[in-house]
Design a protein around this ligand. Structure first.
Ligand code: ADP
Ligand code: MG
Length: 602
């Protein structure tokens, strides 16, 4: 019997390898542009025809190659970037495999022109299907130009597999974007079928983002910057209010290498949680700098995956960095309520006047006192409506004017009254009040769910939810699944004010409920909580605390079609604008709108 195993010729091996590295014109664009960056170019020009299907040209002003290197670069595993195994753990260049040019040359007609600064002339090499067809000296500027024609000319199956020119062009633009984004100090142009579609000047990251995505991004970006021991995070996130319906602008890099990382992506999305509408996606342009030894980029030839040594740490830092950026940006726009804040400002003493300024005379309804306590007794069932769970302090209003509320204030009921706008209820569902720019219309249910949500989150963190003893403790029997879920949630439910006692594997005694829920059907409430919790867990993959807070808030918030007293309305407005996020309900819906009367009548 004859031996039948043979080594494949290089050209065939390269063609097979090319299948991995070069899937479409955009893959060649990426490899050529990254090589230009690795060569230290400060200007890189990309020219394509038919989305790169007929031609891709990359011109750079980088270090160039010697004549020998110019021939060598088409060999498989030929690289100047690493030379030994240890180098794999210190990679600072985009390339390192020495596979790209060998792969491209195996499936296309490639012309290389290159010249180093120290050489008088450049060299031109034509390589077709891994065979060198021509080598000549050429006059040229220092740098390198690769021209790739007729990609997949010898792999018809691949060529036929390509998508429409439009679709392939989208991939090309995407690669161009990824490479140019993280190298704002390098100038780039992209010309497609004779038309220049990008001309990016060297600058900073913000200018680069604006250059790529348009001038509207100028005011949409929030800077992110966070340094920890082995990790540094820099870049920009897009303000929550500009979240998009598609995943569009999500750019995440590690040491300037574009990567996809579902887990870390989650860290970012999670930081936005409750601030952007459901089914919208936050935009971001973030780079993580880590010691190359702390990551493994050697996972897949197309290299959009990276393994981190300590991914949990990176997650935490990333989450904190985004959180901080969002926090620093005041998400709730300042709302100027009609009544002037100046009335409350006793600046006469501050400027050294001996007699205080007279309070301007504003006509008042003498019977009106928005801050008198509600007469509703504490233990009333709130099934029929809303019982404010903690009295909104009059001081909360001053938050809207950016004043300090922790300073003791002159007790001056008349002035306090004047600074609080009056509210009106429409359709028993909306609270309407006048603000400088028009009418503020608040959805009472959404507003209250935001207030409760933040309150419950705090209680869950601080383990201090107020509880109300049940006069007649009830037993609750559940199926096995629900019972084990409830058991799992017991500590958190306790923090919210539930007092539950497990009698047997499926039966619990309800001895107490959160005081917000006093008088409600505790059994029905717990069942609803379990149901919602399950839905949120699978649909939104929320963590336990967020999920519980969200579920409780939506269950216990005042319902639409509920009559509110003036005081109750004012408490809601007070507390809403004292929330971290006043704009969006935990469900992702907008809580209020401002109707601009002037515009409306125009
Ligand atoms: P890798 O980038 O992984 O090293 P490539 O096949 O992409 O492998 O390139 C092989 C080698 O060719 C590089 O290591 C580099 O030395 C050289 N080279 C490629 N492109 C350029 C360029 N634009 N300018 C200078 N040298 C280049
Ligand atoms: Mg390369």
């Amino acid at each position: 019997m004859l031996d039948i195993i043979k080594l494949l010729p290089d050209s065939v091996a390269n063609q097979i390898a090319a299948g991995e590295v070069i899937q479409r014109p955009a893959s060649a664009v990426k490899e050529l542009m990254e090589n230009a960056l690795d060569a230290g170019a400060t200007q890189i020009d990309l020219v394509v025809k038919d989305a790169g299907k007929s031609m891709i040209m990359v011109v750079d002003n980088g270090c160039g190659m010697s004549e020998t290197d110019a021939r060598m670069c088409f060999e498989r595993h030929a690289t100047s970037k690493i030379s030994k195994a240890e180098d794999l753990f210190a990679i600072r260049t985009m390339g390192f495999r020495g596979e790209a040019l060998a792969s491209i040359a195996a499936i296309a007609q490639v012309e290389l022109k290159t010249r180093r600064k120290e050489d008088e002339v450049g060299v031109k090499i034509v390589n077709e299907g891994s065979v060198v067809k021509e080598q000549t000296l050429v006059p040229m500027q220092p740098g390198t130009t690769f021209t790739v024609k007729n990609l997949f000319f010898n792999v018809p199956a691949r060529r036929n597999f390509l998508k429409s020119t439009q679709a392939e062009m989208r991939h090309v633009v995407e690669e161009f974007t990824r490479v140019s984004l993280m190298n704002p100090n390098v100038g780039f142009t992209l010309t497609s079928d004779g038309k220049e579609i990008y001309h990016l000047y060297p600058g900073n990251l913000k200018q680069r983002i604006v250059g790529l995505f348009g001038s509207s991004y100028e005011e949409r970006l929030l800077p992110v910057s966070q340094e920890a021991e082995r990790v540094r995070i820099d870049g920009f996130i897009v303000k929550a209010e500009f979240a998009k319906k598609t995943r569009g602008e999500q750019y995440f890099f590690v040491n300037k290498r574009f990567i996809k990382h579902a887990y870390l992506h989650h860290a970012i999305e999670n930081a936005y949680l409750e601030m952007i509408p459901q089914d919208s996606f936050p935009g971001y342009f973030l780079n993580i700098e880590v010691d190359p030894a702390d990551i493994d980029i050697n996972i897949h030839p197309t290299k959009t995956e990276v393994n981190f040594l300590d991914v949990k740490l990176v997650y935490a830092i990333l989450h904190a960095a985004v959180r901080k950026a969002i926090g620093q940006h005041n998400l709730s726009p300042m709302i100027d309520f009609e009544e002037s804040a100046d009335l409350n400002n006793d600046f006469s003493t501050a400027i050294g006047m001996s007699t205080p300024l007279a309070i301007p005379n504003v006509p008042l309804d003498p019977n009106y006192n928005p801050f008198s306590q509600p007469s509703t007794p504490r233990d009333t069932c709130r099934g029929d409506g809303y019982r404010p769970e903690h009295s909104g302090s009059p001081g909360d209003w001053r938050l809207l004017y950016g004043e300090r509320t922790d300073l003791p204030s002159e007790p001056n009921e008349a002035v306090e009254e004047k600074t609080s706008p009056r509210c009106m209820q429409v359709n028993q569902s909306y609270i309407v009040t006048a603000v400088k720019s028009g009418l503020l219309v608040i959805d009472q249910h959404l507003a209250h769910s935001r207030i409760l949500f933040e309150k419950y989150l705090k209680e869950l963190e601080n383990h201090n939810g107020a509880s109300q003893q049940e006069l007649f403790p009830q037993a609750m029997t559940l199926n096995m699944n629900d019972a084990s879920l409830l058991k799992e949630l017991l500590p958190e439910l306790e923090n919210l004010g539930f007092k539950l006692e497990q009698l047997n594997p499926t039966t619990f005694m309800i001895n107490g409920t959160p005081s917000d829920a006093a008088g409600c059907d505790a059994l029905a409430l717990l069942e609803q909580i379990l149901d919602n919790y399950k839905i949120n867990r699978t649909d939104l993959q929320l963590d336990r605390k967020l999920n519980l807070a969200k579920t409780m808030a939506s269950q216990l918030a005042i319902k639409p079609q509920t009559r509110l007293t003036e005081v109750e309305m004012q408490n809601i407005v007070d507390q809403l604008f004292a929330c971290n996020v006043a704009e969006v309900a935990p469900s992702g819906k907008k809580i209020y709108v401002i109707l601009n009367m002037e515009e409306y009548f125009k």
